[in-house]
Write a protein that binds this ligand. Structure first.
Ligand SMILES: *[C@@H]1O[C@H](CO)[C@@H](O)[C@H](O)[C@H]1NC(C)=O
Ligand SMILES: *[C@@H]1O[C@H](CO)[C@@H](O)[C@H](O)[C@H]1NC(C)=O
Ligand SMILES: [Zn+2]
Length: 458
């Protein structure tokens, strides 16, 4: 025995081993009012509030903080004790292309369901189905309670998606975005400067500098413009130089960061350290499945790893969590209604189980409550509320759910999934229809995940 191994350490070790593997929520009280009180560690911008609470009434948050502040309002509410778990706003995925995620007959549902079951309650995805996560780029997909407003998700603003590459001019054709149209949108989110070549850099120049190309092209268009403003979020942006990012920062434009897709396709990604120092609002997005992450948690894991390995920066779990919640809501232009647990906002809430010691090597942020949320595998999700409505709950709290629900195994734990009513088909039918593509319930590390490692050139 090691001489440093003293009896006290032995006692501490035994205590640690005897501790329950992880805390789970339980129902303390089943009330009649339909209101719900959640008790646990509440994740806020100001920090993680231990032994705190969130109160939900009619789909909205009406109290956050010390339970004593609730007064008599909690009288006939259901009470869920999630001590040891973390209570987080649902994630907002700001960059997907869901229609590319699976094959028919359900062109986009599989991907969306796995997003929902990994803590994502809103998505900007270029495609949609009714129900499940909110689709912030489709007025008809906003779901209960969200005010209608316009998020324009324009994959290729220069209409160069069919392979038009320019260098030194802006002759992308007559349908490119113009300044008046772009600045008129509530939010304009588009791929700009995707790639690491001069043609990618050229895209940003054509959209940020009116003096760059003043000669119209034959057949229309061909002029550079300047759309860089606070309503713009640039997706990808790999072709931008530090000076370009200074322009982005000065104009209050935002960045949607998809590190896994960047690393897989181009072997490099944005210098997140530079972006954050410049004061740019950065949100995470998974991009499509062929090169991106299956869940926001896997995107965050990639972000943490490239920040460290490529840029020598330790990105705190809280910073990554912000990129998936409050920053993402700002990018989407819904920050007054989504993205944080605050009075008046919609109750899009996810509860993540406390992490146990056996969670092992994937446990990047063991002790950190923000890490418990942002790196959580699907198995660790105890509750997903969209607008206060339970769409998923651990089987221990099944009495909280209503409507048509199904018992589904997520790895080693059982969940109650209540999506059949809004989907019009059962979860099991959906799962069966997705044969051959990604499973709806993913293991901790999804199979064949695109790499996030820097490319090694010999
Ligand atoms: C919640 O659970 C914790 C730990 O299991 C316990 O100490 C606490 O008293 C419980 N709170 C309520 C309101 O039941
Ligand atoms: C990334 O940006 C930081 C500034 O925050 C800078 O010091 C560093 O040199 C940059 N790294 C690379 C590889 O460009
Ligand atoms: Zn994309």
């Amino acid at each position: 025995m090691n001489r440093l191994f003293q009896p006290l350490q032995l006692i501490l070790l035994v205590v640690a081993l005897l501790r329950p593997a992880s805390a789970e929520c339980n129902i303390v009280k089943r009330g009649l009012s339909g209101d719900l009180l959640l008790i646990g560690t509440v994740l806020t911008n100001q920090g993680a509030l231990q032994d705190s609470s969130v109160f939900v009434q009619s789909g909205r948050i009406t109290h956050v903080g010390d339970i004593c502040g609730l007064g008599a309002r909690g009288g006939d509410a259901s009470v869920l004790n999630c001590t040891g778990s973390v209570i987080s706003p649902g994630f907002i995925n700001t960059h997907e292309h869901i229609s590319f995620s699976t094959v028919s007959p359900f062109p986009d549902i599989g991907e969306r369901v796995s997003h929902l079951f990994s803590g994502t309650t809103s998505i900007i995805g270029g495609g949609m189905v009714l129900g499940l996560a909110r689709n912030l780029d489709f007025p008809e997909g906003l779901e209960d309670g969200l005010d209608n407003r316009l998020v324009i998700y324009d994959t290729f603003p220069l209409k160069d998606g069919l392979g038009v590459m320019r260098n030194g001019d802006c002759d992308y054709g007559p349908s490119s975005i113009d300044r008046d149209t772009a600045i008129g949108y509530h939010r304009y989110i588009s791929h700009i400067g995707e790639g690491i070549d001069v043609e990618a850099a050229n895209e940003f120049t054509c959209l940020s500098n009116v003096a760059f190309d003043t000669t119209p092209a034959l057949g229309g268009g061909g002029l550079s413009t300047d759309i860089i403003g606070p309503n713009l979020a640039l997706v990808q942006a790999l072709g931008l130089t530090p000076r370009d990012f200074d322009v982005v920062a000065a104009r209050g434009a935002k960045i949607v960061w998809s590190p896994r897709s960047n690393m897989y396709l181009y072997g490099q990604t944005l210098n997140v350290s530079y972006l954050l120092e410049a004061g740019i609002t950065v949100a995470l997005g998974t991009d499509w499945l062929p090169s991106g992450s299956a869940t926001m948690g896997r995107e965050a894991a990639c972000a943490a790893s490239v920040a460290n390995e490529v840029f020598g920066m330790k990105l705190p779990p809280k910073e990554l969590w912000k990129m998936a919640t409050v920053n993402a809501a700002i990018v989407a232009g819904f920050e007054d209604q989504l993205g944080s647990l605050e009075v008046g906002k919609l109750a899009d809430i996810v509860v993540f189980e406390g992490r146990s010691q056996e969670d092992g090597e994937h446990d990047i942020g063991t002790a950190d409550p923000f890490g418990q949320a942002i790196f959580a595998p699907q198995e660790k999700i105890e509750l997903v509320l969209r607008g206060g409505k339970p769409l998923l709950a651990s089987s221990t709290i099944r009495d909280l759910t209503s409507g048509t629900c199904e018992l589904i195994a997520f790895g080693n734990s059982n969940k109650i999934v209540c999506i059949a009513d809004e989907l019009g088909s059962s979860f099991k039918e959906l799962e069966a229809s997705l044969q051959g593509v990604y499973p709806v319930v993913l293991p901790d590390l999804p199979p064949d995940e695109p790499t996030c490692k820097p490319k090694l050139y010999s």
